[in-house]
Ligand binder design. Structure first.
Ligand code: HEM
Length: 224
């Protein structure tokens, strides 16, 4: 076994991978949110469709897609592995546990939250990404594929809006705990800075998820 595979098959190595990929995925969320803000432009989707054309044709972005996919795969794979190992290591439960007093609800349910986000991702990628790449969809006034039209159509169904909003609530809880946990794993614990990191993580998670949730709500209540 090489030093590399040895390092990343140890518990701390796996935790580091989860932390680093998690923070990388957070940076993706910021870029994705800012790009998607074009949905709010009052131009019937021309700016948004031009942006999605750029995202699927720029060679640098296409290369980043592979890094992003790798980030998702490593993050999910290593978290599932660590979760299962923790579970198996304690197949006999403590008689006295008081888990709800010793840990937050989200820290005990990261697996459940991750599963909701994973299902959301499958539905989301099918509806937006695969339709954009491989689907037969009409064009807008500028001749770009009209993905804005897909957003208008999808977010006209209450159940689709509900799926997005519930998933964004799950994502917010997942990020609040994940952010805190990643900094702990990276050993960035400091009396003075840890409370500020926690507040930043909290604000980051709420703002990003509220921003995403605002999109389906905007279409359902104001455009539809
Ligand atoms: C209402 C909120 C959202 C909208 C309207 C939206 C829209 C889109 C669109 C139009 C695409 C294809 C074009 C592109 O690559 O930018 C896309 C791709 C993607 N979305 Fe979203 N998205 C939303 C939320 C999210 C969230 C919360 C996540 C992650 C948890 C996510 C993950 C992805 C991924 C991984 C891709 C494919 C990678 C890429 O090419 O960027 N999206 N989304």
């Amino acid at each position: 076994m090489s030093w590399f595979s040895k390092a990343f098959s140890s518990t701390i190595g796996r935790k580091l991978l989860v932390a680093v990929t998690g923070l990388f995925l957070c940076s993706f969320l910021v870029v994705h949110l800012i790009g998607n803000l074009q949905l709010f432009s009052a131009d019937e989707g021309v700016a948004f469709n031009a942006y999605t054309y750029f995202m699927t044709h720029n060679p640098v972005i296409r290369a980043m897609e592979i890094v992003l996919l790798l980030g998702f795969v490593l993050h999910i794979w290593q978290s599932v592995y660590l979760n299962r190992r923790n579970h198996n290591a304690r197949s006999v439960k403590y008689v006295v546990n008081h888990a709800e007093q010793n840990s937050s609800w989200s820290s005990r349910n990261m697996g459940l939250l991750g599963t909701i986000i994973f299902i959301f991702l499958l539905v989301h990628l099918y509806n937006f990404y695969f339709k954009l790449k491989f689907g037969e969809i009409g064009s807008d006034a500028a001749g770009n594929k009209n993905l804005y039209g897909i957003a208008v159509e999808s977010f006209s169904h209450w159940w689709y809006v509900a799926l997005y909003v519930i998933s964004m609530v799950a994502l917010a809880f997942h990020l609040i705990h994940g952010f805190r946990s990643a900094f702990q794993t990276l050993g960035l614990n400091h009396k003075k800075y840890t409370p500020a990191i926690r507040i930043f993580g909290y604000v980051f998670s709420v703002v990003v998820c509220a921003g995403f949730a605002a999109m389906p709500l905007y279409f359902y209540f104001l455009i539809h």
